[in-house]
Ligand binder design. Structure first.
Ligand SMILES: Nc1ncnc2c1ncn2[C@@H]1O[C@H](COP(=O)(O)OP(=O)(O)OP(=O)(O)O)[C@@H](O)[C@H]1O
Ligand SMILES: [Mg+2]
Length: 396
C-alpha cells in the first residue's frame, strides 16, 4: 500500500490537491481512500457532497465512485467508538473537580486526539490491505508535524509513564479511594489505553518507510508560505519521513502585460518559484496554475489532476533519499541527518538507551540506534550544508 500525506500552510490547497490526487488514482485503477482531519468538512465540499450525505457518514468512509472513498474523521464519534473508557474516566474526573458537563466533554478530547485517531486509521488501513492508496489531507503545518511525531511521543508515554502510573494506582486505590472525592482510574481505563496502544503498534515504522509513505508539501509562491514549508521540510526530514514532492499551487500563468496589478503579482511569483526550486532541490517541484474559479466537483478535480501530474502516476515515489544514515568511521560512526535550512538553531543531543534524541527548537526527534551502536556516545553536533553530523564513539 502507498500512503501519501499532504501537508502545508493553511489555505494553500491541501484539501483540493488531496481530492484531485485521489480522483486521479481511482481512475488509474487504484482503490483509494482520501482521509481528512479537517472539522470544517472541506473534503466533502471538494467533492460537492450534500449536507445529508455527509451527516449520514458519521465520520466513516463515504463511497464516491467505484474505486474512490473519502472519510472525514469526526473526533467526537471516534471517542465514542474507541476511547469510551478513557473518555468516561476523564469526564468524571473533570465533573468532580467542578467543571460543568459541556466543558468537561470538550476537555476530555485530549490534545493530539485528532492526530492519534488518524494514526489509528493509517495503521488499520495498512494492516487490512483493503485499499491500494491512502491519502491523508493533514491539518496546517504545525499539527502535521505533531502528527508525525505522535508515534514516538506515545511510545514514550506508554513505556515510561503508563507502567508506573498503573502500578501506583494498584497500590494507592484502596487508600486514596476512601479519603478523596476525586475518582481514580480503574483497571478498565488502563485496559482501554493498552488496547488502544496495541492498535497503534507498528505505525511509526510505516511512516518512516519511504517505499510506503511520502509527504507532499503543498505551497504557494509567497514569502510566508515558503518559510513555513521550509521549516516543515526540515522537520519531516528530522522525523525520518520522506518528502517526495513539493506542489506549488495557485501559480498565476497569465501573460497579463497590460494589467500592472497582475503583472506585479506574476513577477513576484516568478521570483519565489525560482527560490523554491533552489531550496527544495533535488526534491521535484510540481507547478499548478491558479484556475479561474474554485475547484469543486469531479470534473474540475480531474482537470486539476491533469495539471498537477500530467501523465505521471501519483502513486509513484517521486523522490527518495535517506533522511539519516550511519557512516562507519575509523573510530565509531558518523550519524548524518538531512536537515535542510537548519542554520543558527541550536541542536541539543540526548542519549537514551536505544536512541539518540536530537532536539531543534521545540521539536524532538528520536533516532533509533542500530543494536551495535547502542553503547556508543554522541560527541557534539555539527551543522554543515544542510546536514547535521554527529560523531558516535565507543565509551571505552
Ligand atoms: N489551483 C487552484 N486554482 C483555483 N482555486 C484553487 C486552487 N487550489 C485551491 N483552490 C481553492 O482555494 C481554496 C482553498 O483550498 P483548500 O481548501 O484546498 O486549501 P487547504 O490548504 O486545504 O486549506 P485549510 O488549511 O483551510 O484546510 C478553495 O476554495 C479551493 O477551491
Ligand atoms: Mg483543507
Amino acid at each position: 500500500m502507498r500512503i501519501i500525506l499532504f501537508s502545508g500552510k493553511g489555505g494553500v490547497g491541501k484539501t483540493t490537491v488531496s481530492a484531485s490526487t485521489g480522483y486521479r488514482l481511482s481512475k488509474l485503477g487504484y482503490k483509494t481512500i482520501v482521509v481528512s482531519l479537517d472539522p470544517a468538512h472541506s473534503l466533502a465540499d471538494a467533492f460537492d457532497l450534500s449536507e445529508e450525505e455527509r451527516a449520514k457518514a458519521k465520520g466513516l468512509p463515504i463511497k464516491i465512485s467505484e474505486n474512490l472513498y473519502i472519510q472525514e474523521i469526526d473526533v467526537q464519534e471516534e471517542v465514542d467508538r474507541y476511547w469510551g473508557d478513557v473518555y468516561r474516566f476523564l469526564e468524571i474526573l473533570f465533573n468532580t473537580t467542578g467543571l460543568d458537563e459541556v466543558v468537561s466533554q470538550e476537555l476530555a478530547i485530549l490534545p493530539g486526539m485528532e492526530e492519534v485517531t488518524s494514526l489509528l486509521y493509517v495503521n488499520k488501513y495498512y494492516k487490512e490491505k483493503e485499499f491500494d492508496v491512502l491519502i491523508l489531507d493533514l491539518p496546517p503545518t504545525g499539527e502535521s508535524l505533531r502528527f508525525v511525531s505522535m508515534p514516538t511521543v506515545l511510545k514514550w508515554y506508554m513505556k515510561k509513564i503508563f507502567k508506573t502510573e498503573r502500578l501506583v494506582m494498584k497500590v494507592a486505590r484502596p487508600v486514596v479511594g476512601r479519603i478523596s472525592d476525586v475518582p481514580l482510574p480503574d483497571e478498565n481505563y488502563f485496559k482501554a489505553l493498552e488496547n488502544f496502544y496495541e492498535k497503534l503498534k507498528g505505525v511509526d515504522e510505516i511512516l518512516i518507510d519511504p517505499e510506503v509513505t511520502s509527504v507532499r508539501i503543498v505551497a504557494n509562491p509567497e514569502k510566508m508560505v515558503i518559510k513555513e514549508s521550509q521549516r516543515a521540510f526540515m522537520y519531516f526530514n528530522l522525523f525520518g519521513v520522506n518528502v517526495d514532492a513539493v506542489i506549488v499551487n495557485k501559480v498565476l500563468k497569465l501573460e497579463e502585460k497590460d494589467c500592472p496589478f497582475l503583472k506585479r503579482w506574476i513577477d513576484s511569483q516568478r521570483r519565489y518559484l525560482e527560490d523554491i526550486k533552489a531550496m527544495f532541490s533535488p526534491v521535484p517541484m510540481f507547478e499548478v496554475p491558479m484556475l479561474d474559479e474554485e475547484v469543486f466537483g469531479q470534473e474540475r478535480l480531474s482537470y486539476l489532476a491533469d495539471l498537477i501530474y500530467g501523465d505521471r502516476d501519483p502513486a509513484e515515489v517521486f523522490f527518495k533519499e535517506k533522511p539519516y544514515e550511519f557512516i562507519p568511521q575509523e573510530q565509531g560512526y558518523l550519524l548524518k541527518i538531512r536537515a535542510p535550512f537548519l542554520s543558527k538553531e541550536r541542536v541539543d543531543l540526548l542519549k537514551g538507551e536505544e536512541e539518540i534524541i536530537v532536539r531543534v527548537g521545540n521539536f524532538k526527534s528520536h533516532i533509533l540506534l542500530p543494536r551495535r551502536l547502542r553503547n556508543m556516545e554522541p560527541t557534539g553536533a555539527k551543522i554543515r550544508e544542510g546536514y547535521i553530523y554527529i560523531n558516535l564513539v565507543s565509551e571505552n
